[in-house]
Write a protein that binds this ligand. Structure first.
Ligand code: C2E
Ligand code: MG
Ligand code: MG
Length: 769
């Protein structure tokens, strides 16, 4: 017939409805008073003991219910504690049922027993009045209400029916619709009230959830009212606002906040302007907000219905990653200096800035190359090589960083750009500053290394040359500086440009010369110091240019190396020289020069073997000459190649000893068979006893490790006599015995010297030199 309230509604509602039943003691007392007075009036008027008994019953019930209600006030029922609530509902139901029974009996007695019209009216009015109050108070507990209504209606109906009067029967019949309509009424009130309560609860739940959502969301959110007041802010936005301008900004104009943030210097004016401008715009716009170096926000501002929402997205990590990528793209990872690309960008921007000004100022470009860096890398290891570059970059920064743009071009090359008033003296001053900066030895991981740099510079009117031209010119100057030896500084001169063009022309024409037979070989005899007989000849390449005349190998060999043609030359020289040697007496060998690039290409052994195979020359008659610099540049390849060649009986000579590092460690580590001491050691021996001593010592060092020693550049009888008397040198080479000669002439010389007695050597020189 009815569903218990505890099952038909949520616990929270059920508990509060049970509580409402117990809440209004005053209404209960008022209803009880009406009943007590009503029954008392009946008792006084009719003297019926029934009324007296009912009065007593009402008084006792009122006391019981009052005490029960008071007791309820003391217990705390939690919203979820429906069992306790159900117990109290039952107690209330007992009380209500007791009241209904008394009221029903009252009416029943009036109609069926006492039959006094005035008491009947009092009883009915009081009971129905109380029932209205009961519906209003107990609407939530359908069971209790139905029990009360049922009991009252039953007693009243029976009492009326017992009157034997159709009108009273009609009245009794009214009890049923009254019962039903009261129940419906209660159900309606219950539904309306619960809906209202639920609506409020739902609204507050939604508000709570929105708050939680706003405070847990990753982004900061701020909503402005139609008039620009800050209406809604979440925790994140509060934190951002606090950093920009500490205050409680909620409810205050957004414009005031922006003003305060600008005034405190935390918000850049352009950013502030943009924020204010975006506010109220219909289309969403994005504003970058930089709080400090670390924190960056992207603020999306969107407006609709007159309100503006600002969404703050923390993009610090994204910005940091982008910064890192930009840094990696622009800077050299090892030294932290700008790389070539970024340097170009910066300098071109700077040059463009100057371009539109009427100025006579100058611009300077300086290319700095660390001398012998490869040597450091090879001998000390790459770790020390890296440290050296880092330290070099630091020294450059300290020397010129305040007035120049410094970058690492790559490898061991640095570049410095400086614009502004420049005289040659200033440029030279800068170069000397750099040289001085490198003067102190480098302390690298416990090693102390002395490092030099070569510098090429160019100075030009600030609007005269573009960067690429400037770089070419500085490169030409550097090339010149390096060709003069180590630790040199060179300023670009216009004739270098001519040199450059000349070299470019040679480069272009050399390939043709190699293919078209433009090269020839000259042979310079090497003499045994004791027998004065030719023991071998060094093959030296010659280029006879149809227009430019004879081009020396010191010019075209480096060009061939640069343009990758040197291997072709070596292959041709090897083939030609070994074939030519076959024409000479058996005890005369031939020496061929090879370059670092040949070692790098790695096919020297194959080239040699091809030449030997096609000429039929025995390997022991061939000697390969290589300079110290080439060995240093390609140390690993050289070791392998030399081992292969010496194993076949081919000689390996270290050429021009004394012009490179003069390092004996190479001599010992590599399988050389001969040491050729450079002519710079011979040049002064006639005038300087110290030079003679040095030559003698160097020769002895070579001898000690079992090498054959050749002195280069013997030009005079006096030099020959000193070498013969004071050194351990085995062989000599130089203009005294013969300049490099064409094949026919050298053959005649070999034959003549082979047949001549020892003392005729000088005469032979005079004849052929
Ligand atoms: P190098 O191997 O040291 O050759 C000796 C150079 O010294 C030759 O110069 C020779 O003419 C010169 N010379 C010989 N005796 C004297 C002397 O008494 N006084 C003076 N002042 N000079 C003397 P050249 O022919 O101009 O060759 C220069 C360099 O070019 C050679 O030095 C060699 O390193 C290189 N070279 C020559 N031909 C070839 C070649 O076919 N291949 C390679 N890779 N390099 C070559
Ligand atoms: Mg040589
Ligand atoms: Mg030499």
């Amino acid at each position: 017939m009815f569903t218990p309230a505890r099952k038909s509604m949520p616990p929270i509602d059920y508990v509060s409805i049970v509580r409402s039943v117990y809440e209004n003691r005053r209404a209960m007392l008022l209803g009880a008073l009406v009943c007590i007075l009503g029954t008392l009036a009946g008792a006084v008027k009719t003297g019926s003991p029934i009324f007296w008994a009912l009065t007593a019953g009402f008084v006792l019930l009122t006391i019981y219910r009052y005490v029960d209600m008071t007791l309820f006030q003391r217990v705390e029922i939690r919203p979820s504690d429906i069992d306790t609530a159900a117990r109290w509902e039952l107690r209330a139901t007992y009380g209500a049922a007791a009241w209904a029974t008394l009221a029903g009996l009252w009416c029943f007695s009036c109609f069926a027993v006492v039959r006094d019209p005035s008491t009947e009216i009092i009883a009915m009015v009081a009971t129905i009045g109380c029932l209205v109050g009961i519906v209003a108070r107990n609407f939530g507990l359908d069971r209790m209400l139905t029990i009360q209504l049922g009991i009252v209606a039953a007693f009243v109906a029976i009492g009326l029916l017992l009157r034997n009067d159709p009108y009273h029967w009609v009245l009794a019949a009214f009890m049923l619709p009254m019962l039903v309509s009261y129940r419906f009424l209660a159900a309606d009130v219950r539904a309306i009230l619960l809906a209202a309560v639920h609506g409020r609860v739902e609204a507050s739940r939604l508000a709570d959830e929105l708050d939680t959502a706003l405070d847990t969301m990753q982004h900061g959110l701020c909503m402005l009212d139609k008039d620009g007041t800050i209406a809604v802010v979440n925790e994140r936005v509060l934190a951002i606002f606090a950093q920009l301008a500490p205050s409680d900004w909620q409810g205050k104009p957004f414009r005031d906040f922006i003003g305060a943030a600008m005034a405190s210097g935390t918000l850049a004016p352009d950013c502030a302007e943009e924020l204010l401008r975006s506010n109220g715009k219909h289309a969403a716009s994005k504003v970058m907000l930089r709080l400090d170096k670390e924190r960056n926000y992207e603020v999306t501002v969107s407006s609709d219905y007159g309100r503006t929402v600002l969404l703050f997205e923390d993009i610090s990590e994204r910005v940091k990653a982008a910064d890192r990528i930009t840094f990696m793209a622009r800077y050299d990872a090892l030294t932290g200096l700008p790389n070539r690309g970024y340097f170009t960008e910066q300098v071109e921007t700077d040059l463009a800035r100057w371009h539109n000004r009427q100025t006579t100022e100058m611009v300077t470009l300086m290319i700095i190359d660390v001398d012998d860096f490869k040597h450091v890398n090879d001998t000390q290891g790459h770790l020390i090589g890296d440290r050296l570059l880092i330290e070099a970059a630091e020294r450059l920064r300290q020397a010129l960083g305040d007035r120049s743009i410094i970058a690492r071009l790559g490898g061991d090359e640095f570049i410095v750009y400086r614009a502004g008033a420049q005289t040659d003296e200033q440029v030279m001053g800068d170069a000397h500053t750099v040289m001085a900066a490198f003067r102190a030895p480098f302390g690298l991981m416990g090693e102390h290394l002395s490092i030099n740099v070569s510098i090429g510079t160019v100075t030009s009117g600030i609007r005269d040359d573009d960067l690429s031209t400037l770089m070419t010119k500085a490169d030409l100057a550097l090339y010149k500086a390096k060709s003069r030896g180590k630790a040199q500084y060179q300023m670009f001169r216009d004739d270098m440009d001519v040199d450059y063009r000349y070299r470019q022309r040679l480069k272009a024409e050399l390939r043709e010369a190699i293919a078209g037979g433009g090269l020839s070989l000259a042979y310079q005899p090497v003499i045994d110091i004791k027998t004065k007989k030719v023991v071998g000849c060094e093959a030296l390449a010659r280029w006879h240019h149809p227009e430019l005349g004879t081009i020396p190998p010191s010019v075209f060999i480096p060009i061939a190396e640069e343009s990758g043609l040197v291997s072709e030359i070596s292959r041709w020289v090897l083939a030609t020289a070994t074939a030519e040697c076959q024409n000479w007496p058996e005890n005369v060998g031939v020496a061929v020069n090879i370059s670092a690039k040949d070692l790098r290409a790695g096919d020297v052994a194959q080239m040699v073997n091809t030449a030997l195979a096609s000429s039929g020359l025995p390997p022991h008659r061939l000697e390969i000459e290589v300079t110290e610099t080439a060995v240093i540049e390609e140390r690993e390849a050289a070791t392998l190649i030399f081992k292969t060649l010496t194993a076949q009986g081919i000689g390996i000579a270290l050429d021009d000893f004394g012009t490179g590092y003069s390092s004996l460690s190479y001599l010992q580590a590599l399988p050389f068979t001969k040491l050729k001491i450079d002519r710079s050691f011979v040049r002064d021996i006639a005038d300087s006893p110290r030079s003679l001593k040095l030559l003698s010592n160097v020769a002895q060092l070579g001898k000690d490790i079992g090498l054959t020693i050749t002195a280069e550049g013997i030009e005079t009888e006096e030099q020959l006599a000193l070498v013969a008397a004071h050194t351990n040198i085995d062989q000599i080479q130089g203009y005294l015995f013969g300049v490099p000669l064409p094949r026919r002439e050298v053959f005649e010389l070999i034959v003549r010297l082979s047949n001549a007695p020892p003392e005729s050597t000088a005469a032979s020189k005079r004849k052929h030199g």
